[in-house]
Design a protein around this ligand. Structure first.
Ligand code: HEM
Length: 454
């Protein structure tokens, strides 16, 4: 080995053979948070596997922007191929750039403004159908809503509740398998004839069938739709050939997976915090009662919902849904004074970054007013719930508009009260979700009851 190489320092308390596997398995969020005390870049081991954890905002910016060419998406995304071979969130190199350019127009700001009415008409009946004062599994309700929003806005399809449930459960099964295989990288684990692997294959068939139906419908009535599915069906590669059926299926499935649960858990955490902070709840009620009902729903409506938007930001900070993001070096690279060889697995966590007290005063407090423009803002690069650089979330504006609108719509109609039960704690699965969150919806009357104005 080259003596001049500076390898990342090892995190302390490494146990022979198993490395840091035990604290990681016991409480992965606390373990990752604790690693920040050991420097901007630190190496851990899980059995024979080495993983480098990048902690500092400066090094993350370098990794995700100026040095992004040295990194591929890494372990977690490799396992997410369960959703389809080469969808945008997983594709690399030229293929990634071409697909991103192709799909980006569907996510431009003006386009998002166009989606607002579809978002509203999709969500309104779902919220209205909540039973009064009966327990709701809030995460599932939010997932059904955000999944339907993606399907309605991007694929012009609104599944009934039973179909939506089947898709949701299948996507959950595929996500859980991807995370399991990424954290326990045992070769061929996913090929064994176990009951779990059979469930995964079944889930994959279910998602493909649902997405296949959407494509068939678009093919049968090509003039009826102007959405991302029709875009994918009409596009030609550089050599004039259309995308393959498999490509189209993967891209649609990829959007469904990337765009539903992330926004849903953000909303779930937001309503959990509101129910614990009566003062914040009063403030959002005041805002929605004056702003949501004033005239037709346009992009202007969102700008009037400034406090609601700060609540969304603060939820994205404290409960960053994409809590674990992976990379792998595809060539040797120097980062923060250490040398990373090609093939090094990297992880970084928006969740631990956003909870760092050296970047955020009173970091664990849910305080939407920290985002007031007159307050000192966190240092550059320290708020990145959507990542950064060429792989930054393509749906960020879509998600922010959707989360702000749904929050306002729910708050204008209901007060969500916690149902007594075990304490709610964050669980780091494929997204950061609450352990369990049952809430009951109590009807409330807006001060100006004029919802039809929208
Ligand atoms: C609060 C909601 C969301 C959060 C926190 C979030 C977070 C992220 C993050 C962190 C990445 C980058 C991963 C990386 O750097 O490796 C990403 C990528 C992506 N997201 Fe989101 N996302 C959200 C909602 C959405 C929505 C609603 C859509 C689409 C409808 C979407 C579509 C995508 C796509 C296509 C990519 C891949 C981009 C690329 O690789 O070029 N996301 N998201």
């Amino acid at each position: 080995m080259n003596e001049d190489l500076h390898l990342p320092p090892h995190a302390p308390r490494r146990v022979p053979l198993i490395g840091h596997a035990i604290p990681l398995m016991r409480d992965r969020l606390a373990f990752l948070q604790g690693l920040r005390a050991h420097g901007p870049i630190v190496r851990i081991t899980i059995g024979p596997k080495r993983v480098t954890v990048v902690n500092s905002p400066e090094l993350l910016q370098q990794m995700l922007t100026s040095k992004a060419g040295h990194f591929t998406k890494g372990l977690l995304f490799e396992k997410l191929k369960l959703f389809g071979e080469d969808a945008l969130p997983i594709a690399e190199g030229d293929r990634h750039m071409r697909r991103r350019r192709l799909m980006q127009p569907a996510f431009h700001r003006q386009q998002i403004d166009q989606y607002l009415r579809t978002m509203h008409s999709t969500v309104d009946p779902m919220i209205a159908a909540w039973p009064s004062s009966a327990p709701l599994d809030l995460k599932t309700e939010m997932q059904l809503m955000t999944q339907n929003v993606v399907m309605a806005a991007l694929f012009s399809t609104t599944p009934d509740r039973a179909t939506a449930h089947t898709i949701l459960e299948s996507v959950d099964t595929l996500f859980a398998a991807a995370l399991r295989h990424a954290l326990l990288p045992i070769p061929l684990l996913d090929r064994l004839p176990t009951r779990r692997n059979r469930q995964v294959r079944h889930a994959s068939r279910q998602v493909r069938a649902a997405v296949g139906e959407i494509i068939t419908d678009h093919l049968a009535r090509p003039d009826a739709y102007h959405d991302i599915v029709s875009l994918l069906l009409s596009v030609r590669e550089q050599d004039g050939t259309p995308l393959t059926d498999e490509d189209i299926l993967s891209e649609i499935t990829g959007l469904l997976a990337a765009g539903s649960e992330t926004t849903a858990v953000t909303l779930t955490w937001l309503f959990h915090e509101l129910s614990r902070n009566p003062d914040l709840e009063r403030r959002i009620h005041k805002e929605v009662d004056t702003s949501l009902t004033a005239g037709p729903l346009t992009a202007q409506t969102l700008t009037r919902l400034a406090f609601t938007r700060r609540l969304v930001n603060e939820s994205l900070r404290l409960y960053s849904p994409a809590w674990l993001v992976t990379r792998q070096t595809c060539q040797p690279v120097r980062l923060g004074g250490v040398d990373l060889p090609a093939g090094e697995d990297i992880v970084w966590s928006p969740y631990t970054l956003h909870r760092d007290p050296s970047l955020y005063p009173d970091a664990l407090r849910f305080d939407p007013d920290r985002w007031l423009p007159e307050r000192p803002q966190p240092p550059k690069g320290s708020f990145i719930p959507f990542g950064a650089g060429k792989r930054q979330c393509m749906g960020n504006e879509f998600a922010l508009a959707e989360a702000t609108l749904i929050t306002a719509m729910v708050a204008s109609r209901w007060r969500l009260r916690p149902v007594p039960g075990p304490a709610v704690r964050p669980v780091g699965a494929i997204t950061l979700h609450p352990s369990a969150l049952r809430m009951s919806a109590e009807p409330r009357q807006p001060i100006h009851d004029d919802r039809k104005a929208i």
